[in-house]
Structures are given as C-alpha cells and as structure tokens.
Design a protein. Structure first.
Length: 366
C-alpha cells in the first residue's frame, strides 16, 4: 500500500507542479477542496465561478482568493469565460461549475439546463480557441444514467437519461460533450487540435465545508451543532457515498493520465465507493450520530414530495483497472472525517484551514 501511495503522489506532483490549471467552480464545496489540493501539488491556478454564498464557505476558510487568480463570473457569460481561458493559456481545464442540486432544479429547471449544458458548451468553445496542448476533465454526475432502480451498478456504457431537471441537464451535458469530441476534438485529428477530453461521473460526496441546502451531511451538521434533530425525507434511499477527496484525487489522476496518453483516456469514468459503501440514508445518519457522539432524527413524509431516485450504485471497475485509482476511505471513515471537520469548525474555527490541509495530507499520504 505504501508503494501505491508514493507512486500516486509522485504521479500527481509530476503532472501538476508548475502547470497552469483552469478550474471552474473553485468557490464551491468540491471545487474548494480541489483548489487546495492543487495548490499543495504546486499548480498555478485560475478559478472561474460565482461568488460564495456565505462567509463560512470553504473557499473563504482556506483563503482561496490568496491561492489562485479568482474570477467571479457566470458560465453563461460566454465572452468573459472565453477571455479568461485564452488569457491564461492553461495546461489543464477542470470543469466543476454547475447548478448541482436536484431539488433546486425543480424550482429553476430552465436555468439548470442553461448552466449545466450550455455552460459546458461555452467551456468547450473556449478550449477550441487554444492553440496549444490542453487536457480537459469535465465533471458531470452519477445521476446521468437512466435510473431503473435496479440492484446492478451502472457502467460507463449504460444508457443515459434523467427524471428530474438536474439529472436530465447532466445527461444533456454529456451529449454536448460527445458532440464536441466528435466534431472538434476527434481522435483522428488529435495532432491538429491537441486536446484530450475526458468525463468524470462521481457519486454522492460528503466532507467538511458543505453548507448546501437539502443535502444530508450539511443538514446533520447544522442540526447537531444546536442539539436539534435532523429531518430526513428518504431514509431508505441508497446512494454511493464517498468523501469528497476520493473524486478530487480521481479527477486529478484522470487528468494526469489524459495528459500522458490523451487517445487512451479520453472517455468517461465512474468515481464512487466500493459497493458495500453504497448505503441507505438512515445508515449514513446513524454513522454520523455514532461519530458525533449524540444526535437524533425525524422522518418527514409529504404528500407532494418531489421525485428523487431511491436506488443508485456505480460500477467503478474501469477507473480501478485503467487509472489505477482506488477508494481509500470506507463509509464509516468518510463520515468520521467529515464529522471531525464540523466539530473542529464549531470549536476552533481559526484552525480550520490547517485542519483541512491536515485531512488532505492524511488522505494523500496514508
């Protein structure tokens, strides 16, 4: 295991140290973890995203404005996005920015499609104008698959679809990507365009610094911090839970491999936990209570409850086989590290930057 860890670190450091990385969504929950990890690997980073919503967003807690060139702008501002990418001349583009919430997508369906599908087209349009080698990892979601609620884990070549506007918007995003790959970044003309394009589909991520509405772990952390009971909607819903650092490192590893051999790795990859860690919401909640040391919950049922998938699992064998990526933390460890982060935030907020760095080091070096 130690040799595997050293090999991974060496590969990531060799791939990103001194390289220019354009990161969309850098002010978001997952984006901020990726931003800090990239800084620790020695990358030069330019971020492009909307302004964080609160002063407690992870981006501010890690002093994100000091560790990257931070551009606060909208993906739908095509000219601004194009200018920022062209001016920066990146070696890598990681596209994480999105409208990421299922329930919110019911309130703003058209905007969700516009941000996720057209926003991605805007990124790829800007990449088309780069007259240099550039490797691009576009992050979608595990929810791109047409969910038949079956027990089998979804593979990368399974049919795409989407019941709710968020899931459908991400499936549309994948069609946009596929079209650009065929039309402008075709393997047959790689020596002309020099762009490697890959897609990453990740399961449900948890970790410190997530304050999003209608997400399990933020709801738990907010409730337990004030000794309140957390309210849950779908206790039996099964999700592929994983700590946020699992896909972050997966994306970076995919980018590194893509840079070395763009014609071999310019495909879609699932990043999720092992199947035994695809757990029901209620099981995850009980792990959180165990880790926190106390807490309780109530189950809310609404007559007009919005549709959310009940069962979803990912097949990660392709990432394991081809990328040599492997989940490190099981569900219990992921929940423990997450609850530790929120405990530290509540008790010693001034130390949270160092605490976050410590968790990244633990993940990378253990």
């Amino acid at each position: 295991m130690e040799n595997m860890v050293n090999s991974l670190l060496k590969k990531l450091e060799e791939s990103y140290k001194g390289k220019k990385v354009f990161l969309t969504g850098h002010t978001g929950f997952k984006g901020a973890w990726m931003l800090k990890t990239l800084e620790m690997l020695g990358a030069e980073i330019k971020g492009y995203a909307l302004e964080p919503q609160t002063k407690d967003d992870l981006f501010y807690l890690i002093n994100g404005e000091e560790i990257c060139d931070s551009v606060i702008a909208d993906l739908r501002d095509k000219k601004r996005l194009e200018k920022e990418i062209i001016d920066f001349q990146p070696d890598f583009v990681f596209h994480l920015a999105a409208q990421p919430l299922v329930r919110l997508s019911y309130d703003i369906p058209a905007e969700t499609f516009e941000v996720n599908a057209i926003g991605t087209a805007n990124v790829l349009d800007a990449v088309r104008l780069l007259e240099k080698k550039c490797d691009v990892v576009l992050v979608t979601t595990d929810k791109v698959y047409q969910n038949n609620e079956w027990i089998y884990p979804y593979r990368e070549n399974d049919r795409l679809g989407g019941y709710d506007p968020y899931s459908a918007s991400k499936a549309c995003t994948e069609l946009v990507i596929d079209s650009y790959k065929n039309s402008f970044f075709n393997n047959k003309t790689y020596n002309v365009h020099k762009k490697g394009i890959a897609v990453a589909r990740a399961g449900n991520v948890i970790g410190g610094g997530d304050w999003s509405k209608d997400r399990l772990i933020p709801d738990i952390a907010k409730a337990f911090a004030v000794d309140a009971k957390v309210k849950i909607r779908n206790p039996k819903s099964v999700r592929p839970w994983q700590h946020v650092l699992e896909p972050v490192v997966g994306y970076l590893l995919l980018g590194a491999n893509l840079s070395e051999n763009p014609l071999q790795f310019n495909y879609a990859y699932n990043f999720g936990p092992h199947l035994e860690d695809a757990l029901p919401v209620e099981d995850m909640l009980n792990l959180a209570i165990q880790s926190w040391g106390k807490g309780g919950y109530t189950i809310e049922v609404f007559d007009d409850q919005l549709h959310e998938a009940g069962l979803l699992k990912l097949d990660i064998s392709k990432a394991i086989s081809e990328l040599k990526w492997q989940p490190k933390w099981n569900a219990k460890k992921a929940v423990s590290m997450t609850m530790d982060w929120y405990n530290e935030f509540n008790s010693n907020k001034k130390n949270i930057t160092d605490f976050t760095v410590g968790q990244i080091r633990t993940f990378l070096y253990e």
